[in-house]
Design a protein around this ligand. Structure first.
Ligand code: URA
Length: 276
């Protein structure tokens, strides 16, 4: 019987020793792109559980620096612009959002040339914040202050800013025709006002909701009807309201309020882009 020559196999190399665990971990993290997982960052800003945030990403509603994000995307919250439905998400560290109940006699500027008290004097000095829009010195009520310039810009957009609701005490009482004029639009020297919501819960007290933010708009609208304003109080900015905040007091917005505000801003922009 013929015996086949045995092939000359090389001796197998001894296996390399396993690198120590700390080296394996260091290597893994070198391979990972930097930053935090997008769904984790979104969840931390109040957009819902991580699962909900994953769905937002999967639905293509989240962009990072203008590009639709894919699941698994990592971000640097300090530098990346994260948006949900085209509205920036306030995830950058250091951003603060205050709600102030502005008393009368305080001016809505960062610094007053006549040395009067300003709304900025009523909230913490650091970080430096700015009022979102303005209320006249003799107007009371809710005012947002923030260092988030992007959100400020969107809330105060001249034609698609968020709703602002006012309680207005006027001289006399409005007829139903005058209320209708408030709703349909009042001719002012800078043009007719956009449709508004108006009701008169008590004779001489109007609840008025407007989207625009023209200078002294509510006062001018009421003047145009022959009912000068006696007292003007802002009771709501978008979804933000607070009946228990006393004049001169302020508080931080909750995460839920910030989210609701961002959503309201996005909704207004959508309506503006696609009017029904
Ligand atoms: N409209 C006004 O006339 N004054 C304000 O302060 C706010 C809205």
């Amino acid at each position: 019987m013929m015996t086949l020559p045995t092939p000359d196999f090389p001796e197998p190399e001894p296996p390399l020793p396993e690198p120590p665990l700390w080296e394996q971990i260091a290597e893994q993290s070198r391979q990972l792109p930097g930053g935090e997982r997008l769904q984790k960052v979104l969840a931390s800003t109040g957009w819902g559980s991580r699962r909900v945030c994953e769905e937002l990403i999967a639905e293509g509603r989240v962009t990072v620096n203008g590009e639709v994000a894919k699941l698994g995307r990592r971000v640097d919250p300090e530098h990346d612009l994260i948006e949900v439905d085209h509205a920036p998400v306030g995830v950058k560290p250091g951003l603060v959002y205050y709600l102030l109940n502005k008393p009368t006699g305080v001016v809505t500027t960062a610094k007053d040339t006549h040395g009067r008290k300003t709304v900025v004097d009523l909230v913490p000095l650091e970080p430096r914040v700015f009022p979102v829009g303005r209320l006249d010195a003799d107007t009371e009520g809710l005012l947002l202050l923030t260092n988030d310039g992007d959100l400020t810009h969107r809330i105060t957009h001249p034609s698609h800013g968020v709703e602002k609701e006012y309680l207005v005490h006027v001289k006399g009482r409005l007829s139903s025709g005058e209320l209708r004029r408030l709703r349909d639009g009042v001719e002012l020297d800078d043009g007719i006002t956009a449709p508004a919501d108006a009701s008169q819960p008590t004779p001489g007290v109007i609840r008025l909701t407007i989207h625009e933010g023209r200078n002294r708009q509510v006062r001018r609208m009421c003047d145009a009807l022959g009912h000068p304003v006696l007292r003007l109080v802002r009771t709501r900015v978008g979804p933000i309201t607070d009946r228990s905040l006393r004049p001169g007091d302020w508080r931080e917005l909750s995460t839920g309020e910030r989210r609701a505000l961002t959503e309201a801003v996005a909704e207004q922009a959508r309506r503006y882009d696609h009017p029904s």
